[in-house]
Ligand binder design. Structure first.
Ligand code: DX5
Ligand code: ZN
Length: 224
C-alpha cells in the first residue's frame, strides 16, 4: 500500500506561503493539503482559490483541497481552475451530494467525501463507488493544533473494510491531530494518507519531521 504524507498549509507561515510549500515538498511531502474555511460551515476563515492559484507554480505534487464551506458547488470550478487536483467536501454542506461529486469529477479533479467525527458511515452508501478518496476527520473541523479523537480509530478500520469490499483504489485519508507518536496507530487502523499541519509546520526541520513520520509508518506497516 502506498502511504502518503499531506502537510496542511493551515499551520504554515502565510506571509511566506510559496517558500513554505516548496520547503515541505522538497522535504518529502506527497501532497499539499489545502484547508478552506468559510466562517459559516466552520467557525474559522482561511483562504480561497486565489491563494491556491498563487501557490500552484510552487507545488510539484497534487494539491488536496479540503472544503469546509457551505454551500459547496460554486467553489468547485474555481478551485479546479486554480490548480486543485483533489477536492473533498462535507456531505452536510451540500444539498445534493451526488451532484457535487459529479461536479468535482467533471471539473477534472478527484473527488473526496469528508466525515466528521460524529458523521455515520451510511453517507458512504450510494457514494463510495463514485469516490476517489474518503477523508476521515480525527478532530472537529475548524482549527489546526487539536488533539486526535481516538474513537476515530475503529471508524478508520470500518472504512478500510468497506473500501476493500468495493475492490476500488480509494484513498483513505485521516485529518487532525496526527503526530509522530500516534501516526503508527492511525496507519495500523487502515489509513494510507496522513494530514499533518502543526506536527510539520510547527517544527524547524521539515525533512527531519517527515522522515520521523515515515519511520513511525514503517514500524506500523512492516510489509511496506
Ligand atoms: C482542521 C483541518 C486540518 C488541520 C490539521 O479543520 O482540516 O487539516 O489543519 O492540523 P493539525 O495537524 O495541526 O491537527
Ligand atoms: Zn483539512
Amino acid at each position: 500500500m502506498t502511504l502518503r504524507i499531506a502537510p496542511s498549509i493551515l499551520s504554515a507561515d502565510f506571509a511566506r506561503l510559496g517558500e513554505e510549500v516548496r520547503a515541505v515538498v522538497s522535504a518529502g511531502a506527497d501532497l499539499i493539503h489545502f484547508d478552506v474555511m468559510d466562517n459559516h460551515y466552520v467557525p474559522n476563515l482561511s483562504v480561497g482559490p486565489l491563494v491556491c492559484q498563487a501557490i500552484r507554480p510552487h507545488v510539484t505534487v497534487p494539491i488536496d483541497v479540503h472544503l469546509m464551506v457551505e454551500p459547496v458547488d460554486r467553489l468547485i470550478p474555481e478551485f479546479a481552475a486554480a490548480g486543485a487536483n483533489i477536492i473533498s467536501f462535507h456531505p452536510e454542506a451540500s444539498a445534493h451530494v451526488d451532484r457535487t461529486i459529479a461536479l468535482i469529477k467533471s471539473s477534472g479533479c478527484k473527488a473526496g467525501l469528508v466525515l466528521n467525527p460524529a458523521t455515520p458511515l451510511n453517507v458512504l452508501d450510494y457514494t463510495l463507488e463514485k469516490l476517489d478518496l474518503v477523508l476521515l476527520m480525527s478532530v472537529n473541523p475548524g482549527f489546526g493544533g487539536q488533539s486526535l479523537i481516538s474513537s476515530v480509530l475503529p471508524k478508520i478500520t470500518a472504512v478500510r473494510e468497506r473500501i476493500a469490499a468495493s475492490g476500488r483504489d480509494i484513498w483513505l485519508e485521516v485529518d487532525g491531530g496526527i503526530k509522530p507518536d500516534n501516526i503508527a496507530q492511525v496507519a495500523a487502523a487502515g489509513a494510507d494518507t496522513f494530514v499533518a499541519g502543526s506536527a510539520i509546520f510547527g517544527t524547524s526541520d521539515y525533512a527531519a519531521t517527515i522522515a520521523t513520520l515515515r519511520q513511525q509508518l514503517a514500524r506500523a506497516t512492516p510489509s511496506n
